[in-house]
Design a protein around this ligand. Structure first.
Ligand code: 4AZ
Length: 325
């Protein structure tokens, strides 16, 4: 009895422990700040020949979530490092694993960045500590309204065009920008339902090269829920060009189909009130998905069928008239 409890505490299920940061409070990431050790215990560094190439996030004891565009390399040259605060120097809490399996989403499209998601299985399980813990994942019925405050973390460069990465993990807070508005800011059609945008319209805060694959998270009560995976953007921190993230909630089924033992914690993220994005419009966007819009669409469908009847009637008159001639 005692032994069973102790064993359960040593390796508790990911769905129960997910998303709890032992560091209560705290902003390269562009425009961010140094993160304190242990604040983002799911943050992983994906390394190629020992060099940081991308971020990733721990979702249970055996798997990290990453971007498909990060894993174009053979698994033999990749390692996943967890529990790090700095890229260089000694990290007493650091644990490193090689990669046993890479599962890229079968519908990943490198041209459009659609479905930019991949799962990496670690060579052996990790033990959770205050510095190594899984994040919760946004369940498929999650809703993120425009303005929802989100945090992104990573060792990516701190300015567009820079080549040197920061040593200390960076964090930055940015609001969600709804898909309608984000489509208007990029070219309409660029932002699919599998993506979620976040950033400041005035620019200055963003993810950047080297942050790819890493998590965007949102706090709900006491747990952190991953809503996005750093995917792409036009430059970094430019005004009116927010960062674009893979929308994690669209992949609950896909993730669950591959990660079977110790299932990750899927948590529904709820936004309350009205979403200002629903009334956002620009040319080229489909009609507003509001009830008035759907009513007017029904009306216009009805009126167009009425117009059709009139046309047929006139055509019939014309045919009858031509017979009389
Ligand atoms: C990159 O090159 C990259 N501002 C990642 C994120 C963003 C831009 C570029 C978003 O990995």
């Amino acid at each position: 009895m005692f032994a069973a409890t102790a064993a359960a505490d040593e390796n508790p299920s990911s769905a129960i422990v997910c998303g709890k940061s032992p560091v209560a409070t705290g902003t390269r990431i562009v425009g961010g700040q140094n993160a304190s050790a242990g604040r983002w215990p799911w943050q992983a560094s994906l390394r190629q020949f020992g060099r940081h190439i991308c971020g990733a996030s721990l979702i249970n004891k055996d798997w990290v979530l990453c971007a498909a565009h990060c894993v174009g390399f053979p698994k033999i040259i990749l390692t996943v490092v967890l529990g790090q605060q700095t890229q260089q120097g000694s990290n007493p809490n650091e644990v490193s694993r090689s990669v046993k399996l890479i599962i890229k989403h079968p519908s990943y499209d490198p041209n459009t960045n659609d479905n930019d998601i991949a799962l990496l299985k670690l060579s052996s399980s990790v033990t959770f500590t205050d510095f190594i813990r899984p994040v919760c994942l946004a369940a498929d019925n999650s809703v993120f309204h425009s303005g929802t405050e989100s945090w992104i973390t990573g060792w990516g460069v701190t300015a567009e065009g820079e080549s040197l990465s920061p040593n200390i993990l960076q964090e930055v807070e940015v609001p969600v920008i709804g898909n309608r508005q984000c489509n208007c800011l990029y070219e309409v059609g660029t932002i699919t339902d599998n993506m979620i945008c976040a950033g400041l319209l005035e620019g200055g805060k963003d993810s950047c090269q080297g942050d790819s694959g890493g998590p965007m998270v949102n706090r709900q009560n006491t747990v952190w829920i991953q809503s996005g995976i750093v995917s792409f953007g036009k430059g970094c921190a430019r005004p009116n060009l927010p960062g674009v993230y893979t929308r994690v909630s669209r992949y609950q089924e896909w993730i669950s189909s591959h990660v079977c033992s110790d299932p990750p914690g899927f948590v529904q993220f709820i936004s309350t009130g009205a979403d200002s994005d629903n009334t956002y419009s620009c040319s080229g966007l489909p009609p507003l998905p509001t009830s008035t819009a759907s009513t007017s669409r029904t009306t216009s469908a009805r009126s167009s069928s009425k117009q059709n009847s009139i046309s047929y009637f006139l055509l019939l008159i014309a045919i009858l008239f031509s017979f009389h001639m």
